[in-house]
Design a protein around this ligand. Structure first.
Ligand code: ADP
Length: 251
């Protein structure tokens, strides 16, 4: 009698990898934080230095909080029942909320170090999507947030909603950032996969954003498409099926 345990082995290996990754992601800021605590305890510092250390410590604890919050979001998405199709969410409202978040993030990321991004919002038609508001907002804002975080100050970003001729609806975020080499694209939605680790961490990334986007897409029957040309920019799109889109005509 023989039994194929390949899948069980693979799941176990994935679980081990995941735990190792989470531990590493938490240990790094924790080590930095512990170092600063020790410094504050052992060295007599003047007020300016003390404030500087405290600010650095606050940044590390924010990083851990963001990580925990993204991990909780992912596990909630995995554990919750399929999204119903009775609640309709206005795309216009979602776009307004994404705009607020993206503009705030742009101000924060460029923080006096350069021109803010030129972010444009375009909606071809007034539409609704059926699904969970908070999940849709989290996926859409994540894509816009990535465009802001990876595009150098002053770059151009276009966030677009389009109704496709066959009744599907497409949300897309196009940026003029560094782009992504083809070999990385299939792996971007893996948890903790990063092309540019330093830029990701510098701008508060957890490496979980696109994993969250992919989950939300799957739960809404949507497809996540990634197109990118290194040196020219990237376009991330979510294409929602016709059954989840309701159109109201031109704006
Ligand atoms: P992170 O928190 O690191 O941004 P994500 O899951 O959101 O994690 O993204 C995974 C990786 O994909 C990022 O680390 C980055 O290397 C790459 N990436 C995502 N969006 C963009 C973009 N708009 N332009 C260039 N690279 C991107």
């Amino acid at each position: 009698l023989s039994r194929d345990i390949t899948a069980v082995e693979q799941a176990e290996a994935m679980r081990r990898d995941f735990v190792a990754n989470v531990s590493h992601e938490i240990r790094t800021p924790l080590t930095v934080l512990a170092g600063f605590v020790e410094t504050l305890q052992s060295l007599p510092l003047d007020e300016d230095e003390r404030q500087r250390y405290l600010a650095l410590m606050a940044a590390q604890s924010t990083r851990m909080q963001t990580l925990v919050s993204d991990l909780l979001t992912l596990s909630r998405l995995e554990g919750s029942p399929p999204v119903g199709s009775t609640d309709w969410v206005s795309v216009h409202l979602l776009m307004q909320q994404v705009a607020q978040e993206a503009q705030a993030l742009s101000g924060h990321v460029t923080d006096g170090s350069g021109k803010p991004h030129a972010i444009r919002f375009e909606e071809s038609e007034a539409s609704d999507i059926s699904g969970a508001h908070s999940e849709l907002l989290s996926a859409m804002a994540n894509l816009a947030g990535n465009a802001v975080r990876y595009t150098p100050p002053g770059g151009e970003i276009v966030v677009r909603w389009q109704s496709l001729p066959d009744g599907r609806g497409e949300y897309s975020v196009q940026d003029s950032g560094p782009g992504i080499a083809a070999e990385h694209i299939p792996r971007l939605t893996e948890r903790f996969y990063r092309v540019d680790s330093s830029r990701s961490r510098e701008t508060g990334g957890t490496g979980l954003g696109l994993a969250i986007v992919k989950h939300v897409a799957q739960r809404h029957g949507a497809e996540l498409k990634i197109e990118s040309i290194p040196g020219r920019g990237s376009t991330f799109s979510l294409v929602f099926p016709q059954g989840r889109i309701r159109q109201h005509g031109a704006i």
